[in-house]
Design a protein around this ligand. Structure first.
Ligand code: S3P
Length: 174
């Protein structure tokens, strides 16, 4: 069954949190972030989880969250940048609703991701390695129902584009 959630995916710095919150407000829906669910259930921050338990454990926790998301309907859900990039994850997310990929120029995404918050996946990685990570993840992101190019535009415009793409897809009445 396809539930009518709107699920935002994309690389770190794509604006999933900011745009997701705005989009939820515009649609009068609840907003949830998978990273927040993990932080709340673990009682520690994402950098702490990476440092104390390692990336593999964090990915496991993301898997648990995907299961928990199956209970949701009608919500706007922002995922962590690596969440959809595991075997079969995009298929699961696609069953939960309309998946929207926030893409953009990697230089812009990187600049934004480095400015806001602390991201363990960027730590100690060269730009070439980050490009490689982005490229490998594109294979998963591309499976989204809708792609929005965020290059050079602000969150309000991104949300306007998401809303019109959703309307066009006849998924929701916005
Ligand atoms: C990650 C992205 C982060 C967070 C964690 C791992 C990744 O979320 O889930 O640090 O692997 O890309 P954002 O995409 O919101 O930065």
């Amino acid at each position: 069954m396809r539930r009518d959630n709107v699920i935002l995916v994309g690389f770190m710095g794509a604006g999933k949190s900011v745009c997701g919150r705005l989009l939820a407000r515009r649609l009068g829906r609840c907003f949830v972030e998978t990273d927040d669910i993990i932080v709340a259930s673990e009682g520690r921050s994402i950098p702490e989880i990476f440092r104390e338990a390692g990336e593999a454990r964090f990915r496991q926790l993301e898997g648990d969250v995907v299961e928990a998301l199956k209970l949701k309907s009608g919500e706007v859900i922002a995922t962590g940048g690596g969440m959809p990039c595991r075997d079969g994850r995009m298929e699961l997310l696609r069953e939960l609703g309309t998946v929207v990929w926030l893409d953009g120029d990697l230089g812009e995404l990187y600049a934004r991701a480095s400015r806001v918050g602390h991201r363990p996946m960027l730590e100690g990685r060269s730009m070439a390695e980050i490009e490689e990570l982005y490229r490998s993840r594109q294979l998963s992101y591309r499976r989204a129902h809708i792609t929005i190019d965020t290059t050079g535009i602000g969150a309000d415009q991104v949300v306007a584009r998401i809303l019109s793409a959703l309307r066009e897809a006849h998924d929701i009445r916005a």
